[in-house]
Design a protein around this ligand. Structure first.
Ligand code: 6GU
Length: 235
């Protein structure tokens, strides 16, 4: 997979060189480049923003630098605009994006990017507008980081242990069950007996119940609307 990130704060993306995506690069699964949008400005002050037509607060990112940047790095790519007005990022979307050959992240700052850039991008690639969640960040850089990390760890050959992908939170639509390691007793707190029993069927049943309970308490929106599976009272 190839990933390009275009941003006015390339240093913000430095963590991509580390740990998880770094490991994917070392394994040859990922070819990653971060670009400074100002490289595609032509004026002395490297201007990337201007006041909004129609008035209002804040600044809007100018179309010309974005147009030139995307023409150079995003031909045929899936172009991801990170914006709080995009579709919510989910594990399902991470899986979908992990199957794409070339992702380009266009990180917006200020009040957003001139809408004509999104329309232009749709003529050179496939556009997705994606939000990290229902809260406001100063720019799309953190979203590009988060999406990259979620996508890259799904690339075939990235994970050593395939089971850890199957069992983690959201893989089966439930939050993950609580986990424990040695010692069996710590500061007067014991690991649940069932986990020491060696009875794998009982352990699997307990973990599924715990996952259901957690999801009902913290994320009831993830459970089916009707009582088909049952709520807290059934556990
Ligand atoms: Cl992708 N960008 C910004 N600026 N704020 C956000 C976001 C993105 N997702 C949630 N909040």
């Amino acid at each position: 997979m190839r990933i390009d990130v275009v941003t006015i704060f390339p240093d913000y993306l430095a963590p991509l060189e580390l740990s998880l995506p770094g490991k994917a690069r070392d394994k040859g699964l990922l070819d990653l480049a971060v670009h400074d949008l100002r490289r595609w400005t032509t004026d002395r002050h490297h201007t990337v923003d201007d006041t909004p037509y129609g008035g209002g607060a804040g600044m809007v990112m100018k179309p010309e630098p974005w147009g030139r940047a995307l023409d150079e790095v995003a031909q045929g790519a899936t172009i991801v605009f990170t914006t709080p007005s995009g579709e919510p990022f989910t594990q399902a979307l991470a899986h979908e994006l992990s199957g794409h050959e070339h992702l380009v992240f266009a990180c917006g700052r200020y009040e957003g990017i001139d809408q004509r850039v999104v329309e232009h991008a749709a003529t050179i690639g496939t556009v997705r507008e994606i939000s990290l969640g229902d809260y406001v960040l100063n720019g799309g850089e953190v979203a590009a980081l988060a999406i990259t990390e979620a996508v890259v760890r799904l690339l075939p050959g990235f994970m050593g242990n395939a089971e850890s992908l199957v069992e983690e939170s959201h893989a089966d639509g439930l939050l993950e069950y609580p986990v424990y390691t040695k010692p069996a007793s710590w500061e007067g707190r014991d690991v649940p007996d069932v986990l020491l029993s060696g009875d794998h069927a009982r352990i699997a049943r307990w973990r599924h119940e715990q996952a259901q309970r957690r999801t009902a308490e913290r994320r009831p929106d993830l459970l089916p609307a009707t009582g088909a599976i049952g709520g807290l009272a059934d556990l």
